[in-house]
Ligand binder design. Structure first.
Ligand code: HEC
Length: 194
């Protein structure tokens, strides 16, 4: 009887040890919003839960000077959010930790007359741009990943489907202008400095 009990105990111990070892070897998920294939989904509730980094108001006026272009492709109110822990970390060492998600929500500019004056405020949402930090190049060969980030864009008609197939074609040319600050236009994010 005692022999059987100790045998059973031995087997249970072996199973426990084996499960710890395999748990250790399993891939650690980068983010709740990235699956094992590197498919990015739009975070929910970021406006309520995350830190607002800053706002860009892109008017219909085209850029002038060295950045002249024939049109203003980004017209709208652009509001940028990230996780509070990532802000703390960035304020400490100037780096975005792996799993940081930056969401830029684009809304129509709504014009109105208020007791304060003729105002611009956020109208309906027209899309979201999302970047997820990955310093280890986890998704080699996936065209939505590279230069330290995962890149995605979503439309309100299907907020779970990334409409960008290739960040090099859809995102990198513009973002290269911010490559010295890890591809992020931090000049607009007063929350990181004030
Ligand atoms: C026409 C140029 C242009 C294209 C194309 C573009 N971006 Fe941006 N993006 C910008 C600029 C400029 C900003 C900051 C100023 C603004 O929003 O006007 C920005 C801001 C962002 C932000 C907020 C964080 C940051 O970098 O400051 C995210 C997230 C983002 N873009 C993701 C993307 C993704 C993903 C793509 C491709 C699917 C993309 N962008 C394509 C120019 C561009």
């Amino acid at each position: 009887m005692i022999r059987i009990a100790s045998l059973l105990l031995g087997v249970i111990l072996c199973i426990l040890v084996a499960s710890f070892v395999t748990a250790d070897k399993g891939p650690s998920p980068l983010s709740l919003y990235v699956n094992e294939k590197g498919i990015i989904t739009l975070p929910d509730g970021f406006r309520q839960k995350w830190t607002h980094l800053g706002t860009w108001i892109v008017t219909s006026q085209t850029a002038t000077g060295p950045k002249t272009s024939e049109k203003a492709p980004g017209i709208g109110v652009h509001e940028v959010y990230t996780q509070p822990e990532s802000v703390k970390s960035h304020n400490r060492d100037g780096k975005w930790p792996d799993g940081t998600v930056l969401v830029m929500e684009i809304r129509n500019i709504q014009w109105d007359d208020m007791p304060t004056g003729h105002v611009m405020c956020s109208g309906d949402v027209t899309g979201w741009f999302v970047m997820v930090k990955d310093s280890e190049n986890r998704f080699k060969g996936n065209p939505n990943w590279g230069d330290g980030w995962g890149w995605a864009a979503f439309k309100p008609s299907d907020p779970q489907k990334n409409i960008s197939a290739n960040y090099k074609e859809d995102c990198a040319d513009c973002h290269r202008a911010a490559r010295t600050t890890d591809w992020i236009f931090i000049v607009g994010y007063r929350t990181l400095r004030d």
